[in-house]
Design a protein around this ligand. Structure first.
Ligand code: ATP
Ligand code: MG
Length: 664
């Protein structure tokens, strides 16, 4: 009785459209709705409904979302609603990894050259592997850059294109070359008992296609498949969803065309429409009431996204009217922009830092703000930007840990050899005489490694830098102690590191009262009372890489829409009239997206610290160019745009360090 009541309570809090969607009976369904209309809430309430009302066991539900943090939030919500943990809720990557791990232990991945101890290679490992293929074959990295080839291989895998098909499709020098590397790369991965991130999905899919027994097992297990942010699925994710939903086709997908922002990972918002043709009896639900934002914020978002022509824009309304305008701050330089924002936060919002999000287009933009926040002692955290696992000492220990399970792992072996051949020899002797249960216990395994290799001798307790490293190693022990098995620990670290999982450990003592800083991409699905969208300039948002093509401008505009719609109560934009980027200072123009917002909604604050050229709404104000290319101002920029788009891509995706980028 009380269970039913609880569900009734949850349903009571929803509007009739939301309720109808939650109560959808069997068969496929799609919820199409704009930002903040309660899509995610409908999804989690439906899971509660399935568990409590329909008696579907929690373990028979497959709940997936696209971004890291969002998965953790949904799980938490379902736990609150039902008191139950969902063992198969997460990102596509984490869930696929879980399935592969289970199947590998049954020997079902032998066909792919993988046994139960397979390693997940991260971006750095992938690059190391590709570079070693170049070296062995005498390929010149100057002709086709390893980074570029890596991204070609990654796209192919996301499109489910195998090595032979890739070769058949190749029609230029780069593609033919990439096809050769792709083939060797796959062989090396398999020889080394390893997978990369893209493999997690594509091998999982391939396993389902090839192995009927395995496929049927999961199809029977997952009675309901629910997907949030469906507009960001790529081909392999779409295919996985489809196959898992069979035979009952109990697929419940929610999405919004206007929030598709992962085209660079192969996302295709048309997958939302594809569902309707692939599932003939699909039932469509629409939600139009926004519960998140004020009228002004919603109006601004709508007026920006209305400029996109290639996809539908879903209607939204709210009854949260307010006179409060959106504010724009203009400063002369990027440094002053950071100072300005930091001072506003200090003055107005010091007691509600946790309600603030600072959003930027590229991760490198965080630096100036970090410094300004530190100067004013404003605590902050960076989501998705934790570089903990990239620190030398941590990478060193992780490579030892990985070698304990997979001695074929070449990036780890190469790293361990660099740390010291003697140390590696000792480790091997130790491994040969140590029982599996010691290795499988993360803390014992780490302890054993440290004692055997005398790794800590590298560091000096009196050197402050070394002390920080020793602290990091201690933190690794803390993380390790939360896992019951070393392989699970490694898998989790690999996924966290690449942003596919929420980073559940915090390396910050101020947790709870700090400003959240993150890229627009990582902000999807989240909401904050106060939002600062910084760097609103041509070249940053929209990014210079996108300026040449309308299709890409539309993607940037969706990113802008995602940013605006994160705000509940207060939204600030800021931009600088000049900015120091990629090693030189240049004048910048306010983002075209600002000009798309109804001026009545805006309050403009200018600082006249240095004459205001390029000011917002000035007579110099940026107008949409007739020919899109006119904003690529300097020769240098032009060259980089044309020649090295892939590196820029890598830089934007945080796969490439800025210094390395500048060296290219
Ligand atoms: P996005 O497109 O950004 O992912 P969404 O459609 O998933 O947004 P939610 O995050 O589920 O929207 O909901 C937005 C906010 O509105 C949340 O704070 C949610 O709790 C609240 N909300 C949703 N539905 C209702 C409702 N019926 N009554 C009150 N609040 C609601
Ligand atoms: Mg959502």
């Amino acid at each position: 009785m009380s269970l039913v009541l609880e569900i009734a309570n949850l349903l009571n809090e929803l509007n009739p459209e939301q309720r109808r969607a939650v109560l959808h009976q069997d068969g496929p369904a799609i919820v199409l709705a704009g930002a903040g209309s309660g899509k995610t809430r409908v999804l989690t309430t439906r899971v509660a409904y399935l568990i409590k009302e329909k008696q579907i066991p929690a373990s028979n539900i497959f709940l997936v979302t696209f971004t890291n943090k969002a998965a953790a939030e949904m799980k938490k919500r379902v736990l609150e609603y039902t008191g139950q943990n969902l063992p198969f809720a997460g990102t596509f990557h984490s869930l696929s990894a879980k399935i592969l791990r289970i199947e590998a232990s049954q020997g079902h991945l032998e066909k792919f050259g993988l046994n139960a101890n397979f390693t997940i290679y991260d971006s750095d490992d992938q690059l190391a592997l590709i570079k070693s293929i170049y070296k062995i074959n005498g390929y010149d990295p100057g002709t086709f850059k390893p980074q570029v080839v890596k991204s070609k291989i990654s796209s192919a895998k996301n499109e489910l294109i195998g090595t032979d098909e890739f070769k058949d499709m190749a029609h230029d020098g780069l593609q033919l070359f990439a096809a050769k590397v792709y083939k060797s790369y796959e062989k090396r991965l398999r020889d080394e008992n390893a997978v990369d991130f893209d493999d997690l999905l594509s091998i999982c899919y391939q396993l389902f296609v090839d192995n009927e027994a395995v496929r049927q097992k999961y199809q029977a297990k997952f009675q309901h498949v629910l997907v949030d942010e469906f507009q960001d699925t790529n081909k392999v994710q779409y295919s996985l969803t489809r196959i898992l939903a069979q035979p009952g086709d109990n697929l419940f997908a929610v999405g919004d065309f206007s929030q598709s922002i992962y085209a660079w990972r192969g996302a295709d918002y048309r997958n939302l429409e594809r569902l309707s043709s692939d599932f003939k009896n699909i039932k469509e639900y629409r939600l139009e009431r926004n519960y998140r934002s004020t009228q002004a914020i919603l109006d601004a978002a709508t007026s920006v996204i209305a400029n996109n022509m290639s996809h539908p824009v879903l209607e939204l309304w709210t009854d949260q009217s307010t006179d409060e305008k959106l504010e724009i701050y203009e400063t002369s330089t990027g440094e002053l922009e950071a100072e300005k924002i930091a001072s506003i936060i200090k003055e107005k919002y010091f007691d509600q830092l946790k309600n603030i999000a600072l959003l930027y287009r590229t991760n490198v933009q965080s630096r100036a703000f970090e410094e300004a926040f530190m100067r004013r002692q404003l605590p902050y955290k960076i989501v998705g930007g934790t570089k903990f696992y990239e620190r030398t000492e941590i990478k060193d220990l992780l490579s030892y840990l990985r070698l304990c399970f997979n001695q074929l792992d070449s990036p780890s072996r190469a790293r361990a050899e660099k740390i010291g051949k003697r140390r590696l020899e000792k480790l091997e002797v130790w491994l040969a005489k140590t029982d599996r249960s010691t290795l499988e216990n993360p803390s014992s395994c780490l302890q054993g490694i440290l004692e055997t290799t005398l790794y800590l001798d590298k560091y000096d307790q009196k050197d402050p830098e070394d002390v920080a490293r020793l602290d990091n190693i201690q933190e690794l022990f803390n993380v390790a102690s939360r896992f019951e098995n070393t392989l699970l620990l490694l898998e989790n670290i690999a996924l966290v590191q690449d942003g596919y999982l929420a980073n559940e450990s915090s390396f910050n003592q101020n947790e709870g009262n700090e400003i959240t800083m993150m890229s627009l991409h990582s902000a999807k699905g989240l909401e904050f009372s106060i939002v600062f969208m910084v760097g609103m300039e041509e070249g940053l948002l929209p990014h210079s890489r996108a300026i040449m093509e309308e299709k890409e401008i539309e993607e940037e505009r969706r990113l802008c829409y995602v940013g605006i719609t994160r705000a509940k109560d207060k939204l600030y934009f800021s931009y600088a009239r000049s900015r120091f980027t990629y090693g030189y200072s240049s004048n910048s123009l306010p983002s075209r997206f600002l000009s798309e917002i109804d001026q009545k909604l805006l309050k403009i604050n200018r600082s006249f610290d240095q004459g205001s050229v390029n000011s917002y709404q000035d007579k110099y104000y940026y107008k949409k160019p007739k020919t899109p290319a006119t904003t690529a101002k300097t020769k240098d920029q032009k060259i980089r745009l044309v020649v090295d788009e892939e590196s820029l891509d890598a830089l934007l995706n945080d796969e490439l360090d800025i210094r390395e980028f500048l060296r290219k």
